[in-house]
Structures are given as structure tokens and as C-alpha cells.
Ligand binder design. Structure first.
Ligand code: NAD
Length: 490
């Protein structure tokens, strides 16, 4: 084992960057800790402008040959990487759980299969992607999706490998080369992805991984003039900085940001289902961008809904995310717990009431925060308007459908919305009026890679998923061919 390897739950992870098909160290490192016990997982190479430059140079050099491969060849590589993910599913799951604290059983059964699916789906989708030719006075229009160039992909810590491959897969399938920058709180599975890609024979420079802090290595990457696409998932303040840097070069960028999504519960809903959907919002200790953190409940059923919610919420088990019985694990980092608690303390001081939770779980200690529901909150208060990104929900009531829609739409976000109703006509009416990239009716988190995904307002810019991913990662071209012997320019 080299000095540049750390062993996490029996899995060796290289702590260096992956640039141009080889491991590259940095003079400095940063410490990666585990949310489970705050123990040190490794000293990770801490990139800066030099590593950013090297990675973009490697991606730029590799681009022409990769762009010249056929769609089928690229699909074969992506399937080979997916095979590697499937083979190493257990290792990826345990490393990810140690690194970001999300449940091991979710990583095993949901997330890592989805990681492989991301890779296979976009490979296969591109094989089928075409626009029917169309005619202009006898001339044929042919639309093509051309590779765009080196892409910089920046990801957050709450779903590291899932979000990385959601971007890496379409970018590579499209014929682009990639520089991936994982979040500093959970960098390990990106390094394993580099190993898997190398094992699959991906040519050097096609996928590069650089690690480090956003301001140090992320900033020079997104500002680099040779980069042709920037795709970012993360918070609104970071997005503003990235959008400004990318815009200076007119580099197209896609931004998938935060949310403050509502769950609307109408009196005609199945209240058990509604309470289940509400409790599901504590998934991943509330660190889910799509989470419906604002419960909006029709007055006439608010008491009964709350009773059922409290009953279900009290049966949640907090604990070690590696334990099968745990339903809510720790939050990711001491700074995140401090941030969550700050929001809750300020809300309580402003007059909110904690129906459940309301503070850290002092029995468990560590980074465990109690699943919390706050009532008596004003629509214009911080707790209703700002993303907490922790296990904290608010409950407000409404009297009419119009009021429900008005409250639901009254934030600066527009990522998702969920409604619980037994009335199909109401579902259609309300869904049409909600400002959201995704609306779920009587369900939550049903995601299909064919669907457009993204947020309205400050929840993002652009859509990815299915063909929309290729519209973003490619340069679209229309080639117009005259019929033989036709001269129509006069
Ligand atoms: P963040 O914005 O702090 O960081 C995200 C990434 O950006 C990290 O890799 C970070 O190092 C990098 N970064 C920071 N400054 C940078 C800069 N100046 N230039 C380039 N890169 C920079 O977000 P986070 O705290 O890691 O993640 C949580 C946020 O992500 C929440 O707001 C959540 O809602 C959002 N999120 C959105 C989605 C979605 O699909 N809409 C999915 C998951 C998470």
C-alpha cells in the first residue's frame, strides 16, 4: 500500500488526483472525516490552480480522439464502467456511507444500482437519439448532437457518486472529456470511479478527477477558457460565483440547486399516505435537495394529520448508518449540524413550536440531529423561506386551494412539489399552477432518467435528463443538404 492510499472499511482508496491517466499528488492535503464517528478517513490531495490547469489540459488533449469515436464505442466503455460499478457495489456502498453518513442499505440497494444505471442509461439513450430529417423546399435538414469539448462537473456531498455519474455519463457518452471535482466533505468514491474507469480501459485524459476546496480548485476550473461546459450541483451562493465565472467565457452552464419544496395535503387525501410521504422527507437526514420540507395541510385535517405524522416520526430509529435498523443517520459534518441547529434555534426564538425534535440528539451525540417538525411559523420567516438541508420540516395550514397554491409558490425556489389528494381533477389543477421542475402526486422521489430534471427560479438553470442532457452537453448542429442537381439559392 502506498503512502497515497487510505483504507476505508477494508477498501483501498487512492488519495491523489487522477489526471491524464495517472495519479498526481499535491504538495498539500486536506483531512476527510467520517460523519459516523468524526474519525479521520484520509489526507486527500488538495488541488489548486496548477492541478486545475493540468486536468483541463489533459481533457483538452484527449478530446479530439474521444470525440472521433463512434457512439457505439463510447457506449461500450460506459457499459464496462457500469460493470465495474456493479462488481464493486459493496465496496462503493461502504466507502460512501463512511464518507457522507448516508444509510448503507440505501447505498447498497438504491444508490449504487442507480449509479450503474446512470452510466448504462445515457450510453443507450445516445444510441437511439435522433431527430427525424425534415424537408425545406426539397433540401434535407439533418440535426446532429456534436461533442462540445472538455466539461467541468462540480458535485456536492449529499449524493456523491450518484450525482457525479448523472453528469459524467451523458458528458462522456456525448463524446466530451471530463474533469470531475467532488465535494471536499465526501471525495472518496470519485477516486474509486477513476480506478474503475481505468480498469475499463477508458483512454487517459477522458475522465479526470481533481480534489480540493471549491475556492481553490473549483474556481480555476470553472473559469478556464478551454472548458466548453460547466455542470454544477450545489447551493445557490456557489452557483452565482460559478455562473459569473462561466459567463465571462460564455461557457454554457447547467445549475442544479437547492429547494424549499412543499408537500400539500388536502382534506380529501389518504392521510396515512400523506403522513408517510411527510416522514419520508427525513430521508438522508434531510440532506436531499428535492425534500418537501414545508408541509402545507388543509385546516380541517391538520390535527389528524399531525397525530399520524407524530406517530410515524416517533418510530424512526436514529443511529449508525451501517446498521440495517437505522432509518435516520448522522448529518454530514459538524459545520452542517451547527448550521441546522442555528436555523432551529432562531425559529424557536421567533415563536415556532417543536412538535417533534428541536435539537441535536444528545443521547447519541456525534452528528445526530433529531428529526424535527416546527409549527407556528410565519410565511416570511427564515425557517419557511431558507433551505436548512437537515431533518427539519415546518407545518402550516391553509383553508382553500388558492391559499395552498399561493403558500406553495411563495419562496424563491422551484425545485419540486408533492401533493396528496384523492381528487384527480384537483391534482391536475394544482399541479398546473405550481412552480416546480418536478411535481409528484400521491408519491415522492419516483425518478426516471428519461424525464427532464432541474429547478425553476433559484433552484436552477436548465434541465438535464434524457435528451435534455444531450442538448446541454452537445453542440447541436443542423446540416442542410440540397438534392442532387438542385440550385435553390437564387
Ligand atoms: P456547495 O455549493 O457548498 O458545494 C458544491 C460543490 O461546489 C463542492 O464540490 C464545492 O467544493 C464546489 N465549490 C464551492 N465553491 C466553488 C467555486 N467558487 N467554484 C467552483 N466550485 C465550487 O453545496 P454543498 O453544500 O456541497 O451541497 C448542498 C447543496 O446542494 C444544497 O443547496 C442542495 O440543495 C444542493 N443540491 C442540489 C441538487 C439538485 O439536483 N438540485 C442535488 C443535490 C444537492
Amino acid at each position: 500500500m502506498s503512502a497515497h492510499t487510505t483504507t476505508v472499511a477494508g477498501v483501498d482508496v487512492d488519495t491523489r488526483h487522477w489526471i491524464g491517466g495517472r495519479r498526481v499528488a499535491s504538495a498539500e492535503t486536506f483531512t476527510d472525516i467520517s460523519p459516523i464517528d468524526q474519525g479521520v478517513l484520509g489526507e486527500i490531495a488538495r488541488g489548486g490552480a496548477t492541478e486545475a490547469e493540468a486536468a483541463v489540459a489533459a481533457a483538452t488533449e484527449a478530446f479530439p480522439a474521444w470525440a472521433a469515436t463512434s457512439r457505439a464505442e463510447r457506449a461500450r466503455f460506459l457499459h464496462a464502467i457500469a460493470d465495474g460499478v456493479d462488481r464493486r457495489r459493496e465496496e462503493l456502498a461502504i466507502v460512501e456511507t463512511n464518507d457522507n453518513g448516508a444509510l448503507l442499505r440505501s447505498h447498497r440497494r438504491g444508490v449504487m444500482p442507480r449509479v450503474a444505471h446512470n452510466l448504462r442509461f445515457f450510453a443507450d439513450w445516445l444510441l437511439e437519439l435522433e431527430h427525424a430529417p425534415f424537408d425545406t423546399r426539397g433540401h434535407t435538414n439533418h440535426v446532429s448532437w456534436d461533442p462540445a469539448g472538455p466539461c467541468v462537473l462540480i458535485t456536492p456531498w449529499n449524493a456523491p457518486l450518484m450525482l457525479a455519474t448523472w453528469k459524467v455519463a451523458p458528458a462522456l457518452a456525448a463524446g466530451n472529456t471530463v474533469v470531475l471535482k467532488p465535494a471536499e466533505w465526501s471525495p472518496l468514491t470519485a477516486s474509486l470511479l477513476a480506478d474503475i474507469a481505468a480498469e475499463a480501459g477508458l483512454p487517459p485524459g477522458v475522465l479526470n478527477v481533481v480534489q480540493g476546496y471549491g475556492a481553490e480548485v473549483g474556481a480555476p476550473l470553472v473559469a478556464h477558457p478551454d472548458v466548453r461546459r460547466v455542470s454544477f450541483t450545489g447551493s445557490v451562493p456557489t452557483a452565482r460565483t460559478i455562473a459569473a465565472a462561466a459567463s465571462a467565457n460564455l461557457t454554457p452552464h447547467s445549475l442544479e440547486l437547492g429547494g424549499k419544496s412543499p408537500l400539500l395535503v388536502f382534506a380529501d387525501a389518504d392521510l396515512d399516505l400523506a403522513a408517510d410521504l411527510a416522514v419520508e422527507q427525513y430521508d438522508n437526514a434531510g440532506q436531499v435537495c428535492l425534500a418537501a420540507t414545508r408541509l402545507l395541510v388543509e385546516e380541517s385535517v391538520a390535527e389528524e394529520f399531525t397525530r399520524r405524522f407524530v406517530e410515524k416520526a416517533s418510530s424512526l430509529t436514529q443511529g449508525d448508518p451501517r446498521d440495517e435498523a437505522t432509518s435516520v443517520g448522522p448529518n454530514v459534518h459538524p459545520r452542517q449540524v451547527e448550521r441546522i441547529d442555528g436555523f432551529v434555534k432562531r425559529a424557536l426564538a421567533a415563536g415556532a413550536r417543536a412538535v417533534v425534535g428541536g435539537g441535536p440528539n444528545t443521547d447519541l451525540g456525534g452528528l445526530h440531529y433529531r428529526p424535527t417538525l416546527l409549527t407556528d411559523v410565519a410565511q416570511d420567516s427564515e425557517i419557511v423561506q431558507e433551505e436548512v438541508f437537515g431533518p427539519v420540516l415546518t407545518l402550516q395550514t391553509f383553508a382553500t386551494e388558492d391559499e395552498a397554491v399561493a403558500l406553495a409558490n411563495d419562496t424563491r425556489f422551484g425545485l419540486a412539489a408533492t401533493l396528496a389528494t384523492g381528487d384527480a381533477a384537483r391534482a391536475d389543477r394544482v399541479a398546473a399552477r405550481l412552480v416546480a421542475g418536478t411535481v409528484w402526486v400521491n408519491c415522492f422521489f419516483v425518478r426516471d432518467l428519461r424525464a427532464p430534471f432541474g429547478g425553476s427560479r433559484q433552484s436552477g438553470l436548465g434541465r438535464e435528463g434524457g435528451t435534455w442532457s444531450f442538448d446541454f452537453y452537445c453542440d447541436l448542429k443542423n446540416t442542410v443538404t440540397a438534392p442532387k442537381g438542385w440550385n435553390d439559392h437564387g
